[in-house]
Design a protein around this ligand. Structure first.
Ligand code: ADP
Ligand code: ZN
Length: 432
């Protein structure tokens, strides 16, 4: 097996040795920022407090609220002249957080991204189309830099304009692409509408990520686009994409532990959970200079997949993200995540590529209505058949989320499609 970067092949001991050295440097560097300077001094902590990797537990967590309070520059550790790029989280859950990078930081990030893409077989001979927004969103420039670093002919096609995307794919003989899963499903349905056979299109590999999606969604994307799709995880606070990535085994994402220290905690007790148990992912940057972040509570829920990966890399794997802690819905006393609904819906061949979970109120009671797009060739006139399908979906949902939501079958493309990350829940309950 060839590695893009030697760290990919490191043993556990080599990883941990580098982690300890880098953690000390990160803590020292972080303390140069106004935020950590104050916080660490108040706790009597410094780089010397890090005796072993376990010492990280003495450092307080950093939360999104901390990063917001430090907006825009309180986490920066270098003079502004050393900074060359600013990104911000897309603000899916509130006001933005600014992340600043030095030249060296961008270099490390591009290398990490190239490592991910190399791992799934992308090479410089590939033509790579980056179907992602090129703004503050890190999936644009972040992935772009990785593809160029590998030497691919890289097409910054941006988000939207589906027919133009398809034209580029065909004209340029695109062999690999990056696309967010909800848009990939949509693109798949447009291909179908245009009467194109995905198996005759050139792309063989896709990077999909940036939003929660199920295994069912991945399989659909692979089928609709006629390629292999690999899960890509990252967040602006940790650079963006390039934090964790699936290998050819497609069973969990390797976290690049030479650059990130990984913890999984119980979000209530804040104690570590045993390997294999679901908890909140906490990450520390180990190779970032302009803006190190220590013990960041991502609010993303996942688990460590125990055991070695057949690919030989020992960087630990995390399972696909179940959702953010605050994505959990509590209705009629039942807790569930939108991804549980997706898993059921997409297992029905009749169901199309989009859905929406509507939370509403009738007679003072919370209700859930699941709007489900049907595939065109299944949107039949036969009312009885539709009713039967509706019931089957409702029953399967009840088995999964423990109550029966209302199921509303609608035509393809009748649910509004978000520009960027998919909006899976619409809460139209009266407030207060
Ligand atoms: P925002 O937090 O505003 O969406 P980011 O673009 O930084 O801004 O998004 C990072 C978040 O996106 C992660 O914390 C996670 O919730 C989600 N995410 C990223 N990649 C994946 C993935 N592969 N699977 C599921 N969720 C993902
Ligand atoms: Zn692997």
């Amino acid at each position: 097996m060839t590695f893009y970067h030697p760290a990919e092949g490191w043993s556990r001991e080599e990883i941990e040795k580098a982690q300890l050295t880098r953690l000390r440097i990160s803590v020292q560097q972080a303390m140069r920022s106004p935020f950590y300077g104050k916080r660490m001094a108040a706790q009597g902590l410094g780089p010397d407090s890090i005796q072993s990797l376990a010492s990280i537990r003495d450092i307080p967590f950093t939360t999104k609220a901390d990063l917001r309070s430090g907006y825009p520059f309180d986490f920066v550790t270098v003079p502004q002249a050393e900074l060359v790029r600013l990104h911000a989280s897309s603000g899916t859950t509130g006001s933005p957080v600014a992340i600043c990078h030095t030249k060296a930081d961008l270099n490390t990030w591009a290398d990490l991204m190239a490592r991910c893409m190399h791992m799934i077989g992308i090479r410089k001979e590939d033509v790579f189309q980056n179907i992602a927004g090129y703004g503050l969103f890190t999936g644009g420039l972040g992935i772009h830099a990785g593809a160029e670093r590998l030497g691919c002919l890289t097409i910054p096609s941006g988000a939207g304009n589906t027919r133009r995307q398809i034209k580029l794919i065909r004209d340029m003989n695109v062999t690999a692409l990056h696309i967010i899963p909800s848009y990939a499903l949509y693109l798949g349905s447009v291909l179908k509408e245009m009467g194109l056979d995905p198996r005759e299109l050139p792309p063989r590999i896709a990077l999909i990520g940036a939003e929660p999606h199920t295994e069912e969604a991945r399989q659909r994307i692979e089928y609709l686009l006629g390629l292999k799709a690999y899960n890509s995880y990252g967040l602006s606070e940790m650079n963006g994409p390039g934090v964790a990535f699936e290998c050819l085994g497609q069973n969990g994402m390797h976290v690049w532990e030479d650059c990130y220290l990984l913890e999984i905690i119980n979000p209530r007790t804040l104690e570590p959970v045993p390997d294999g148990e679901v908890g909140e992912l906490v990450l520390t940057t180990l190779s970032r200079k302009g803006m190190p972040v220590l013990r960041y509570r991502t609010s993303d829920l996942t688990r460590i997949i125990p055991g070695p990966c057949p690919c030989g890399r020992v960087h630990r794997r995390i399972d696909r993200i179940l959702g953010r802690a605050d994505d959990m819905l509590i209705i009629k006393g039942c807790n569930f995540y939108p991804m549980q609904v997706e898993q059921v819906l997409l297992s029905f061949p009749e169901v199309g590529q989009n859905y929406l979970i509507v939370l509403e109120e009738t007679d003072g009671m919370d209700q859930v209505r699941v709007q489900v797009e049907l595939r065109d060739d299944h949107f039949v006139e036969d009312v009885r058949a539709l009713k039967a399908l509706q019931q089957r979906i409702a029953h399967r949902l009840r088995d999964e989320i423990l109550f029966t939501p209302k199921v509303e079958l609608v035509q393809t493309n009748s649910i509004p499609k978000a520009e960027g990350k998919a909006v899976r829940v619409s809460d139209i309950r009266k407030q207060g």
